[in-house]
Design a protein around this ligand. Structure first.
Ligand SMILES: [Zn+2]
Length: 251
């Protein structure tokens, strides 16, 4: 039992429109995590925080400060944010520190596939690209490396906007929905199949080896890394990424 110093509007029309095909948290999970997030920010700032969770396409964080409370609206991607990102939200929205902005930008950039696409509110998970069929790759990898033990859905993520990309995640795995999203920049003829396969393999490994650690999450535990190195084209994939990724993301 507690009295939460925030308010959660679960009837955001945009959130209501979204379906379960995208990695979206359930309502119970939103409530639970939003409660937790609001308390963390509230205790950092020493003021009441009224938090709303959105499924916005462009505004990921917005806020209004009053003398003794903070009205905060954040995209649902922040419900799983690590400690330093939560601190950045508190600094940015509660303390007016603009220097916290880049931390939030980086986090948002890494979670692009969670953002609803323009003109496509439902954002179906589609494995068919122009050059690569992710479903076929997934099945091949599942047979060759996992003896069909992985159970996940797979599709291409959304195309990010035109802003400059400094860092990027080529794939995302969502434990709750068991969905893998691959960055659409990889759906090109100049990208070797073994590289796409490696990225799919990597995301599948996340189902097998969930993040460990409590206060500080380790997203790639030791066993994960050991297993990843067993991929036949591991070295070649890392080399290809080093040599080509920047060019690929610019185009
Ligand atoms: Zn990973």
């Amino acid at each position: 039992m507690h009295t939460a110093p925030f308010q959660l509007s679960l009837f955001d029309p945009q959130l209501a429109r979204a379906t379960g095909t995208r990695p979206l948290p359930t309502r119970e999970e939103i409530l639970f995590k939003a409660d937790h997030l609001a308390h963390r920010i509230s205790s950092q700032l020493g003021m009441a925080v009224r938090l709303s969770v959105t499924d916005n396409r462009s505004t990921m964080v917005s806020f209004r400060r009053a003398t003794s409370s903070l009205r905060l609206r954040v995209h649902h991607m922040f419900l799983d944010a690590p400690e330093r990102v939560v601190c950045a939200i508190a600094d940015y929205a509660g303390r007016g520190q603009r220097s916290a902005g880049p931390v939030l930008d980086d986090y948002i950039r890494g979670r692009q596939p969670l953002i609803r696409r323009d003109g496509d509110p439902d954002s179906e998970l589609n494995p068919r690209g122009r050059y690569f069929d992710l479903q076929a790759i997934y099945e091949r990898v599942n047979q060759a490396h996992f003896l069909y033990a992985i159970q996940a859905k797979i599709g291409w993520g959304r195309m990010p906007g035109r802003r400059r990309r400094k860092s990027i995640r080529l794939g995302v795995y969502d434990h709750q929905t068991k969905e893998i999203r691959i960055h659409p920049a990889l759906d090109r003829p100049e990208v070797p199949a073994f590289f796409v396969e490696f990225i799919v393999f990597h995301e599948m490994l996340h189902q097998l080896f969930p993040s460990s650690g409590r206060s500080r999450k380790v997203h790639h535990p030791r066993d994960f890394r050991l297993r990843e190195r067993q991929f036949p084209y591991y070295e070649a994939a890392l080399r290809w990424e080093r040599q080509n990724l920047r060019v690929l993301l610019r185009g």
